[in-house]
Ligand binder design. Structure first.
Ligand code: PMP
Length: 378
């Protein structure tokens, strides 16, 4: 049953919510900055006095080309992308990159190395097995994917076409806080749920890919950074849409791109720059996730199964002392304006995703709610 305090809080939050937006902890598609949505709303019917929506423009129009080029320039600036990298806006999500990576990078080689840290790494491995021999150089499967295996234990092969890591496991809440030096073997990273959450040394990577629907924009677009020397040797059977060289040559417009998603991603990049860039984001993300983990660790009611050194700053996974209370927790959280806290169906429990657009107040409200729930149910 609800305590009076919890009920009052839920009512207050509901009233506030009619005037503002709910706190959205979705893992993806995820919260977007309110300012971005407001700008999109203001330009929805009439983009900069052109008398039409961005959705209604040709992707070859000078207006849209300007939007696309600005988005790329802002992304390059935010990530300080060095010379010698293609920045591609592709389609098919990170899932299609699971295939695009071996198709583009194998060349004459027949095997690739993968580190298995959770559900998304496992999916990347399964897809790569359709195209090459996959060597799993390290796995945390036997401990329920609760950590990142130490790089000095990885059993890497010198003749691998590349080494693939999943920078942040969105489901398990496990994140690399450093990346290993892989020498001459290109490091390939699925950074779907961590790209843009902090500064990154892009020069360490051969390929970085990320679906947009976490820190970049709406679903439909996939950001791919490719070191130029790695493009241009795709297997003959590679669909041209997946060929990095073809996409680079056509400015990511080999076909009609998802123009509106690209435009919104551009607004998000502008917003990130206005916030002060990725250093500022990193500070905020450390502070948000640090406060939540600390609230979990100091309670006897909540528990995070991930080893502290490898915990994600983007996806905080936790369980309640009694899983029977999960339903009530979620119901009361939702009534209080705290949405999408249910853990992934494959692991259960709770997950709070704290992407860039999730404000500090959302985390404070969640911690407050968790404390009240604990008092009522411990
Ligand atoms: N990799 C990771 C780390 C993810 O979080 C996701 C989606 N949640 C995917 C891959 C698959 O992405 P998409 O749905 O864009 O194909």
């Amino acid at each position: 049953m609800w305590s009076q305090a919890t009920r009052n809080q839920a009512v207050t939050a509901k009233i506030e919510r009619t005037m503002s937006r709910a706190f959205n902890f979705s893992a993806g598609p995820a919260a977007l900055p309110t300012e971005v949505l407001e700008e999109a709303r203001d330009q929805l019917l009439d983009y900069q006095g052109r008398g039409l929506s961005v959705m209604e423009m040709s992707h070859r129009s000078k207006e849209f080309i300007a939007i696309a080029e600005q988005a790329e320039a802002d992304l390059r600036e935010l990530l300080a992308v060095p010379e010698g990298y293609h920045v591609l806006f592709m389609q098919g999500g990170a899932t299609l990159q699971f295939a695009a990576v071996p198709l583009n990078l194998l060349g004459e080689k027949s095997s690739a190395d993968y580190v298995e840290t959770g559900s998304w790494a496992s999916k990347a491995i399964a897809e790569a097995r359709r195209y090459c021999e996959v060597h799993v150089v390290a796995s945390s499967a036997e401990e329920n994917f609760s950590y990142v295996p130490a790089p000095d234990t990885w059993d890497c092969s010198a003749d691998a076409a590349y080494l693939h890591v999943t920078g942040n496991e969105t489901i398990g809440g496990v994140e690399y806080h450093q990346y290993p030096d892989t020498g001459s073997v290109p490091l390939v990273a699925d950074l779907s749920s961590t790209l843009l959450s902090r500064p990154l040394d892009v020069s360490r990577f051969g390929v970085i890919y990320s679906g947009a629907q976490k820190n970049i924009g709406p679903a439909g677009i996939t950001v791919v950074l490719v070191r130029e020397d790695l493009a241009g040797k795709a297997a003959a059977a590679t669909p041209s849409m997946l060929d990095y060289a073809v996409q680079a040559e056509s400015g990511s417009m080999h076909n009609t791109p998802p123009t509106y998603s690209w435009y919104i991603a551009g607004l998000v990049f502008k917003w990130l720059k206005a916030q002060g860039g990725l250093e500022v984001m990193a500070e905020r993300n450390d502070s948000k996730s640090g406060r939540l983990y600390s609230a979990i660790d100091t309670s006897n009611f909540y528990r995070c199964p991930v080893r502290p050194a490898d915990r994600s700053r983007m996806n905080v996974a936790f369980t309640l002392a009694d899983a029977e209370l999960d339903g009530r927790f979620l119901e009361q959280a939702e009534a209080g304006g705290l949405l999408n806290l249910k853990g992934h169906r494959s692991v259960g429990g709770m997950r709070a995703s704290l992407y860039n657009a999730v404000p500090e107040q959302a985390v404070d409200a969640l911690i407050d709610f968790m404390r009240r729930f604990e008092t009522d149910h411990a």
